[in-house]
Design a protein around this ligand. Structure first.
Ligand code: HEM
Length: 416
């Protein structure tokens, strides 16, 4: 029998979403006592779903597609147009494989070394300063590392601008007004820059190594054998550079976790791979980054008796799933040990999406993310010492994406 999806009252809840931020879907769940809720967002009927089985459904391509899902304002700032995020089926799998081909053990080892080198280069400059804003420094280091690894030339005097622009695209996500406009301007400027580089690579005026993103994407052919237009090639190169810069946010949350849980320091300092992996996984679970993900129903179907109509926008409760009490014991406590022998499903721990990397839209950069978080933590705990002066380290649960208000200031930096 067809069941009715519990329905939120009101014309449109876009403002409620912006007012409640990361807690929006959890609040609706509690209000309706349901893991499936009908509402209106962005002026369209929207179904919110939460839970492990909901994630499994969301990543089942028989029922959902991505083309046409992202609102214009997101494509103009965060994603770019015609990139992998909005592809489906064969076109998607072919493009996705291109991203995943970058993630070989050798290439991962390389970005790790590059990033550690850039962190260490910073220390000298920090020693003379009485205020180092870790968030800005982390985006700077990640931008340098991303470009070096991807084969994108970056002159010293452009680092600040390029790093800021990648940061602004990420920051635009839940922003309206000026924050969103800034993200769009940043995207326009970055795309122009990278398109020029793609043209130079194609004209053999610039010759990055063949295993870099710059080379691979400049010469990539789509599933029909056609070369990407320069704009799309630039969008996809930016789809590698920008999210590496986003890791800077997790580095700051990592520093915050160490600060709030100093009892973890001795174990972190031992540098045992198992412990740092657990610690990093818990950072990705605990701290808010991606609030939700959207897809469109491909056809009419029923799930658990509830009707889904073709074309309906469906949103998955990403942040909520990482904090559900049926999936995580004491979900609101920071406990790296929970990941010891963790055998959870790819639909219960979804900070960067769920399911399968090759078959679905799950993040292509999870390995880089985990590794560079470990590398950065190792740098912060084993290579330098610093103090954390009084500051406002709280972070909003409304602003999306969020970051500690002070952006994590450190001082008295010294080599260890
Ligand atoms: C997709 C989060 C780092 C490349 C995604 C998705 C999320 C995400 C939530 C969407 C999953 C979906 O649509 O189902 C993050 C976070 C990161 C991060 C929080 C770190 C702070 C990276 C890095 C790279 C990367 C380092 C590349 C070097 C991508 C790509 C996609 C993606 C290419 C699109 C995949 C597709 O549509 O098939 N990421 N990501 N990400 N990510 Fe990441």
């Amino acid at each position: 029998a067809t069941k009715q999806i519990p329905k939120e009252k009101g014309l449109d809840q876009t403002l409620t979403l912006l007012n409640e931020g990361y807690r929006y879907i959890s609040n609706r769940r509690r209000h309706q006592q349901s893991d499936i809720i009908q509402t209106r967002l962005l002026a369209q009927k929207t179904i919110l779903i939460s839970g492990e089985e909901a994630a499994q459904l969301f990543y089942d391509e028989r029922y959902f597609k991505r083309k046409g899902m992202a609102p214009r304002r997101i494509k103009k700032s965060l994603f770019g147009e015609h990139g992998v995020q909005g592809l489906d089926d064969e076109a998607h799998k072919h493009r996705k494989l291109m991203f995943l081909s970058l993630m070989t053990p050798e290439r991962l080892e390389e970005i790790k070394k590059i990033t550690m080198k850039h962190w260490k280069k910073k220390v000298h400059e920090w020693k003379g300063r009485n205020r180092v804003v870790l968030f800005d420094e982390a985006e700077d280091v990640m931008c340098r590392s991303a470009c070096a690894w991807a084969g994108i030339p970056l002159r010293e005097k452009e680092v600040e601008q390029r790093a800021r622009e990648f940061g602004e695209m990420i920051d635009a996500f839940g922003g309206v007004g000026e924050r969103n406009r800034r993200g769009k301007r940043a995207r326009d400027s970055s795309e122009k820059w990278i398109q020029t580089i793609v043209k130079q690579i194609r004209a053999k005026k610039l010759n990055p190594p063949e295993n870099t993103a710059a080379y691979i994407m400049s010469f990539h052919r789509d599933h029909k054998g056609k070369r990407l237009d320069t704009h799309t090639a630039a969008v996809e190169i930016i789809n590698v550079l920008r999210p590496i810069v986003a890791i800077g946010r997790y580095v700051v949350f990592g520093a915050l976790a160490v600060h709030d849980h100093p009892e973890t320091l001795p174990e972190l300092r031992v540098g045992d791979d198992m412990y740092t992996t657990m610690f990093v996984q818990e950072i990705r679970r605990y701290y808010p980054f991606t609030p939700l993900l959207g897809a469109l129903a491909r056809k009419d179907f029923h799930w658990k008796g509830y009707p889904f109509k073709k074309g309906t926008l469906v949103m998955l409760d990403v942040h909520g799933i990482n904090h559900r009490s049926d999936l995580w014991e004491a979900p609101d406590a920071f406990k790296p040990e929970r990941f010891k022998d963790w055998k959870g499903s790819p639909f219960a721990f979804v900070p960067q999406g769920g399911g399968d990397h090759y078959m679905g839209h799950r993040c292509a950069g999870e390995w880089i993310t985990v590794m560079l978080m470990q590398t950065s933590l190792e740098f912060l705990t084993n290579h330098i010492t610093y103090t954390v002066p009084d500051q406002d380290l709280s972070y909003s649960m409304v602003r999306m994406p969020t970051i500690p208000k002070s952006r994590f200031v450190i001082r008295d930096v010294d080599t260890k």
